[in-house]
Design a protein. Structure first.
Length: 568
C-alpha cells in the first residue's frame, strides 16, 4: 500500500512545507480539507492573496472579483492561493470628520495584519490587492518586512464623472463645498456635483495619493507596469489580475523576494516618479516609511534633493488637467519612465517585478499619437519639482510643501492659529480668513491628532472661496493628494511634542521662502524658547484603545510616522 505521506515536496514550498507536509501535520491538513483544499492543492506552493475590500468606499469595491482572477492565475501557474482580508479606511469619506484620524493609523494596522497572517500561515508568496490610499504603503511595508516573493496589484482608478459636459472628480466636490459656503453656487448645484463625481468603483481619479502611490509602486519595482494603471472598470482588468497571479508564481519559483526589488535605487526612482507627476505630499511620508521597513537610508533631505532635479512632466490633477484614466489612454506610466530615462533621472538597469528592467519597460511603451498628458523631458510642464522640503525655526525637523498647481515661491504674512481642523474650517466658512494670511492648523500631527488628519476640507474650502493664490497654510497634519495651493504639511516636531509650531501666536509673521528652502517665524530662538517654557501638551483625545496605542508609539512624520520598532 502506498504511503500517502511519501510524496516528495515541491521545491518551491520553501516555507509552507512546515505547515502542510508529513504525518505530523495531519491536523492542519484536516482543517484545510474542510474548506476544499485537497492533497494535490496542499502539495503546491501556497500563496497568500490579501485584499482590502470594504463596503465603505468605491476605492476598493471591485477587489472581491479581482481576487478570484488573481487566484485563477496562481492556480494556472501551479500554485495554491489562500485569500485573506484586512481593513481599509476611506480618506474621502471620512475627510473633515473625526473619523479621518483613523486613516494613517490604518496603514500600520494593514501592514501588521498582512505580516501577521503571512507569518502565521507560512505562505511561500504573497499578492496584495490594494486600492485606497493607505492600503498601498501598508502592503509595501508588510512586503518589506516579510521579504517573500510578492507583488502589489492596484485594483485601479475610478473614471471621472461628468457635470454639465465637463469631467469632474472628488476634488471638485470638496471645492464646490467652499464655493457653496461663499454663496457662489446654490445647494442644487452642489447636490448635482456630488451626485455625478464618482460614477463607479475605483480609487480617486487624479494624481492624488492613491494614484501617486500606484505610480510609485511601479517605479519601486514591486507592482507591474501597465497592469496597475488599467482603470478599475476596464474590461481587461480581470485578465490583468490573472496575469498578476501568474507573475507571482514566477517569483516564487525563482525565489525573487521583495527586498531584491525594493532597493535604494528603486526608492530613488519612486521619489522621482512622485515629483515628475505632480504627486501627493503623502508620497514623502509613505516612501520614507517603506524605506525604514527595508532598513534602507532615505531622508527628507534625500527626497528634496531628488525632487529638486526632477521636472514635472505629467499634466495631472489636482494642479493639472488630466486624471489617471487619461494617463492610461495616453500610454500609461511607462511614458513617464521613458522621459525620465531620457533625462538620465532613472536607474534603467533595475529589475522590476515582471522580469523586465526599467529600460525594457520603456522600450515596450506604446504612445497614443498626439497625447497631451505626458510631456517631453526637454519641454516639461514645470522645470522644477512638484514637491520640496523646507526647514527653519518653525520646522527644524523638516516639512513638505507642494509646488505643482501654482507658481508661488514666497509668502510673508500674519499667522491665523487654530488648534483643530474644525476650528479652522469654521473660520473659513465664516469668511474670517483674508488675503495675505498664513493659516496654521496644529495639534493634528501623528501623536497630537492623533492620526495626522488630512486637511482637504479646509484647503478645498480656501480654493472654493477664491483665496488659494493669496494665502498660505502650514500644519503638522497632512494634505490630501487632491490639495493644491501654497501649503506646507508634516511640520516637525509636531505641536504635541513641543515643536516650535506650538509657540505660534495669532499675528506672528510667518515666512515661506522656497528658494532658500526655509519656513520661519519672525521670532528669535530665545523668544520661541521662552514661549515653550510655558507650554504643556494637550490632554490625549483618546486615553485608551488603538488611537492611544498609536499616539504612544508613532514616530515623527520626518521618519515616515511609523510605529515599527527594531530590537537590538
Amino acid at each position: 500500500m502506498t504511503n500517502p505521506y511519501d510524496r516528495p515536496s515541491d521545491p518551491a514550498k520553501r516555507i509552507s512545507a512546515a505547515l502542510t507536509d508529513g504525518p505530523e501535520r495531519a491536523g492542519a491538513r484536516a482543517m484545510l480539507k474542510a474548506i476544499g483544499f485537497d492533497d494535490e492543492a496542499l502539495a503546491k506552493p501556497i500563496v497568500g492573496v490579501a485584499t482590502t475590500w470594504t463596503e465603505t468606499m468605491p476605492c476598493n469595491f471591485n477587489q472581491r472579483e479581482l481576487a478570484q482572477r488573481v487566484k485563477a492565475g496562481i492556480r494556472a501557474a501551479g500554485g495554491t492561493p489562500m485569500e485573506f482580508n484586512t481593513i481599509s479606511v476611506s480618506d474621502g469619506v471620512t475627510m473633515g470628520s473625526p473619523g479621518m484620524r483613523g486613516s494613517l493609523v490604518s496603514r500600520e494596522v494593514i501592514a501588521d495584519s498582512i505580516e501577521l497572517v503571512t507569518r502565521s500561515h507560512l505562505f511561500d508568496g504573497l499578492v496584495c490587492i490594494v486600492g485606497c490610499d493607505k492600503t498601498m504603503p501598508g502592503a509595501a511595508m508588510a512586503m518589506a518586512r516579510l521579504d517573500l516573493p510578492s507583488l502589489a496589484f492596484y485594483n485601479g482608478s475610478i473614471a471621472p464623472g461628468t457635470f454639465r459636459g465637463k469631467d469632474i472628480t472628488i476634488q471638485d466636490v470638496f471645492e464646490a463645498i467652499g464655493a457653496y459656503m461663499a454663496k457662489k453656487i446654490d445647494a442644487e448645484e452642489l447636490h448635482e456635483i456630488e451626485s455625478a463625481a464618482c460614477p463607479g468603483a475605483g480609487a480617486c481619479g487624479g494624481q492624488f495619493t492613491a494614484n501617486t502611490m500606484s505610480t510609485a509602486l511601479e517605479f519601486l519595482g514591486i507592482s507591474p507596469f501597465g497592469l496597475n494603471g488599467m482603470p478599475a472598470l476596464n474590461r481587461d482588468k480581470g485578465s490583468a489580475a490573472e496575469e498578476a497571479g501568474q507573475m507571482v508564481m514566477r517569483l516564487v519559483r525563482e525565489n525573487i523576494t521583495a527586498r531584491q526589488l525594493m532597493t535604494r535605487e528603486a526608492l530613488e526612482d519612486a521619489v522621482t516618479s512622485v515629483s515628475a507627476t505632480g504627486g501627493s505630499t503623502n508620497g514623502a511620508l509613505h516612501l520614507i516609511a517603506i524605506a525604514r521597513e527595508l532598513g534602507v537610508p532615505l531622508t527628507l533631505r534625500d527626497f528634496d534633493e531628488i525632487c529638486a532635479r526632477t521636472p514635472v512632466i505629467a499634466d495631472m490633477k489636482p494642479g493639472g488637467r488630466f486624471v489617471a484614466t487619461d494617463m492610461f489612454d495616453a500610454g500609461g506610466t511607462g511614458l513617464v519612465a521613458r522621459e525620465l530615462l531620457r533625462g538620465g533621472l532613472l536607474h534603467g538597469d533595475r529589475m522590476t517585478v515582471d522580469g523586465r528592467t526599467i529600460a525594457e519597460v520603456v522600450a515596450a511603451v506604446v504612445e497614443t499619437p498626439g497625447q497631451p498628458v505626458v510631456l517631453p523631458i526637454d519641454r516639461p510642464l514645470k522645470p522644477r519639482a512638484g514637491l520640496a522640503a523646507l526647514w527653519g525655526n518653525l520646522s527644524p525637523g523638516g516639512c513638505v510643501v507642494k509646488l505643482s498647481g501654482h507658481d508661488r515661491m514666497y509668502h510673508r504674512g500674519p499667522a491665523r492659529v487654530f488648534d483643530t481642523e474644525e476650528d479652522c474650517f469654521a473660520a473659513v466658512k465664516a469668511q474670517r480668513i483674508v488675503k495675505g494670511d498664513v493659516v496654521v492648523i496644529r495639534y493634528e500631527g501623528p501623536a497630537g491628532g492623533p492620526g495626522m488628519r488630512e486637511m482637504l476640507h479646509v484647503t478645498a474650502a480656501i480654493v472654493g472661496e477664491g483665496l488659494s493664490e493669496h494665502v498660505a497654510l502650514l500644519t503638522d497634519g497632512r494634505f490630501s493628494g487632491a490639495t493644491y495651493g501654497f501649503m506646507a504639511g508634516h511640520v516637525t516636531p509636531e505641536a504635541q511634542h513641543g515643536g516650535p509650531i506650538a509657540a505660534l501666536r495669532e499675528g506672528d509673521i510667518v515666512v515661506f521662502d522656497i528658494g532658500r528652502r526655509e519656513l520661519n517665524v519672525e521670532l528669535t530662538d530665545a523668544e520661541i524658547a521662552e514661549r515653550l517654557r510655558e507650554w504643556k501638551p494637550k490632554p490625549p483625545v483618546f486615553p485608551s484603545g488603538v488611537f492611544a496605542k498609536y499616539a504612544a508609539t508613532v514616530q515623527s512624520a520626518s521618519e515616515g510616522a511609523i510605529t515599527n520598532i527594531t530590537l537590538s
